[in-house]
Design a protein around this ligand. Structure first.
Ligand SMILES: CC(C)(COP(=O)(O)OP(=O)(O)OC[C@H]1O[C@@H](n2cnc3c(N)ncnc32)[C@H](O)[C@@H]1OP(=O)(O)O)[C@@H](O)C(=O)NCCC(=O)NCCS
Length: 179
């Protein structure tokens, strides 16, 4: 689906396909240190991406591309269910999870494209797609670091709620979106 950023640049939003995995690897490797510190759901090599892509029952990826050069400029991994570490923490908060209808997400936008609305366009695209399924709730992959105010504001804007906090290399929040 074609869309436009706040600055009027045209981008394309889609679910990942096998032919995007090389461009996606380039995107991941080129992310700067600050973004990699915030976004590290899995290893950033093509073999890992191929493995995740093949496990299509469990993982799906969504990307935004820049149509002129066909470069990946944003990526979100979506996992069905909750990761064991996240589930253990969230259950301690009294939240009861359902591995069939809960999802885990981790979004990222290329450094040069952040704060231009790309993350929001991708999030709307994902939520519309996911609302066609039985999914009922989204949680963040490993939470969000408290000092990542940009991401926290981003999630709050998209309806996520802070449901708990935990220590891991500093304070982190667990955030949940009811779909
Ligand atoms: C977090 C991230 C996915 C947001 O995507 P984005 O394209 O930069 O965000 P958008 O431009 O769509 O902005 C949406 C909202 O996020 C918040 N936001 C975005 N940039 C911000 C900034 N520089 N400062 C403060 N808030 C900001 C605002 O609430 C904004 O809404 P507004 O435009 O109405 O003010 C992206 O910045 C990113 O990849 N960051 C690094 C990796 C990361 O932190 N991932 C999340 C790990 S938990």
């Amino acid at each position: 689906m074609f869309s436009r950023t706040k600055n009027g640049k045209e981008i394309y939003l889609k679910k990942w396909a096998f032919e995007n995995l090389e461009a996606l690897t380039e995107y991941l490797v080129e992310l700067n240190h600050e973004t990699k510190k915030r976004f590290a759901p899995h290893a950033f090599d093509i073999e890992t991406l191929k493995t995740l892509f093949q496990k299509s029952e469990e993982y799906s990826g969504y990307i935004a591309t820049e149509p002129l050069e066909n470069k990946v400029i944003a990526y979100c991994i979506v996992k069905s269910g909750i990761l064991p570490k996240d589930a253990a923490r969230l259950e301690q908060l009294g939240l009861i999870f359902d591995q069939d209808s809960d999802l885990t997400i981790a979004p990222s936008v290329a450094d040069a494209w952040q704060s231009e609305g790309v993350g929001s366009l991708l999030m709307h695209f994902i939520v519309s797609d996911i609302r066609l399924t039985l999914a009922a709730r989204m949680v963040l992959w490993g939470g969000v670091q408290r000092d990542n105010q940009k991401a926290i504001r981003f999630y709050l804007k998209h309806g996520f709620k802070i449901v708990g906090q935990f220590e891991r290399k500093g304070l982190n929040y667990d955030m949940v979106l009811d779909l």
